[in-house]
Design a protein around this ligand. Sequence first.
Ligand code: LLP
Length: 427
Amino acid sequence: MQIQNNQLYIGGLPASEIAKRFQTPLYVYDVGQIRKTIREMKEAFQAENVAYEISYASKAFSVVAMYDVLAAEKIHCDVVSGGELATVMKAGFPLQKVAFNGNNKSFDELSTAIDHHIGTVIVDNFHEIELLEEILSAKNQMQDVLMRISPGISAHTHEFISTGQQDSKFGFDLISGQAKQAFDLIMASPHLHLRGLHAHIGSQIFETNGYSKLADLLVKTASDWHFQPDIIDLGGGFGIKYNEKDDPIPNSDFIHLICQSVKQAAKAYNIQLPEIWIEPGRSIVGPAGYSLYTIGGRKDIPGIRSYLSVDGGMGDNIRPALYQAEYEALLADQADLPSEQVVRIAGKYCESGDVLVWQQKLPKTKPGDLLAILATGAYGYSMASNYNRNPRPAVVFAENGQAKLVVKRESMADITHLDLDYEVGND
Ligand code: LLP
């Protein structure tokens, strides 16, 4: 984030200029920051002298322009739906660099992926092994796969985004022996080529312990099964700073620790060092994204609090309502002015839980002021909805002093274009 002369700058441009040109509510990404983060991650791996891949988790933010950036930075990505796959394909992103994850991939989704020679399928369950067999034998094709393990490791994060515990819908359960059964099936398959093991313990993680345990567990599991993996994929989850209370571990420290843990485990369990893959989503795009809103009305409830309403809300950022997520906001044109009030920033949706920032110190405000909420680049646009039939905002990429529209704002025609009239029956 850059503040100059009281102005918030994004990608070398004043946020107010971007808002004037593209209107609000608006998502703006600092592309330089995304690229810098990816490069820092690469450097951290290179310093460890290991073979690696960074596979961006599309679910954090999946639009064609994002894949153009990933392609320029030469990293991989993972998708979890036919829609994310279609977006990757529309971008012309090389499918060989894509992994398909998810706990209920359909026959059609898998067929499309296989038809287009997707690099990796991350096999999640027994039903999927059968689907893959059926599709691949009909096409007489081989498919590289990783096996998703449910490792029984809990990360300390919100329950809804913790995925590694034994009681989880994802992956093959290790503790009951189902994972070994699945391993035997995959190894016996003439169409599946098992390249390694995968697990993901959760998201917005602030401690390293879970990753070292996971690295040890996956490598030990491979060794117990007398399997030399080409790849160990430790998932995503690196936490980011949303507000002044958050004190995340730098990405490079996570990577250093992961590499050290895999190296140690490989030595201890006597296997050759595999390629190390990670799947970060939030840490790549979260800090680089800003949501811009125009302030509208306010309500002061004497002795209780003041509500400041903006022209967006839970339709473009559901995270505060869903996870009690805490963001930080500032006035884009008065970024350096001292605070004079504490307000709750509310959206325009018809629900009391439609809050964007629970408690925010701000300078004096008036209707029409431009508010920027920071670090909204991950799971904002990607979880956006048309609740209350509000159109979804546009997305702008800013880089080197240039701003470019990469997703158009939905129009009122877009809102109704799937609706069909219904001829009411006689009563
Ligand atoms: N890999 C797998 C298998 C995952 O399930 C996820 C996230 C990731 C990678 C990327 O995790 P990240 O690096 O972004 O933490 N909607 C929630 C987050 C859900 C995350 C689900 N899986 C939120 O807004 O916090």
